[in-house]
Design a protein around this ligand. Sequence first.
Ligand code: IMP
Length: 186
Amino acid sequence: MSIHDDVEVVLLDTETVASRVRALGAELTADFGERDPVLVSVLKGSLVFLADLIRAMEMPVSIDLMEVSSYGAGTESSGQVRILKDLSGPIEGRHVVVVEDIIDTGLTLNYLLKYLADKGPASISIVCLLDKPARRLAEIPIGYTGFSIPDRFVVGYGLDYDERYRNLPYVGVLKPSVYGGAPPEG
Ligand code: IMP
């Protein structure tokens, strides 16, 4: 039994993702040059993206990790966010680059941006691998986008369904039988 058997369609194959991530790394290198940014990534979905992105950046960077969860039991993002793991270092006066796997409603990131802004960074920029603009509820100033994708629930390259499929090397859509019915929202 392979995890690949559960995939209905590959939306973005391994090489397509890899070459876009390399291009994003080059863009960030050009834009941030000597500014020594701190890349703040949100666990767990952004882990794979972060790991590849920093290796495509040819300049000094530091990283920090946060983990957040939405309040409420529903699958819909509520915008009420609980911080499970906070930053491990100060960001005051630093150029912060938030590294996100996917922006859907934008509510989680909207909360996080305010939280980070309160800590007095020199600037905050956002790089996201996947943008699902169809369901956006909060306006997010995304500086760098990997791919804009349709409103489908995707897994792989760090993204999960029920904590599984993060290790798929591509981004895909699961077979409906995996969900036992309708695909999850968000
Ligand atoms: P937002 O607050 O609605 O923007 O939620 C963003 C978070 O929801 C992401 O960081 C993911 O953890 C999760 N999410 C949204 N869409 C998907 C998807 O298609 N697959 C897996 N996780 C998703």
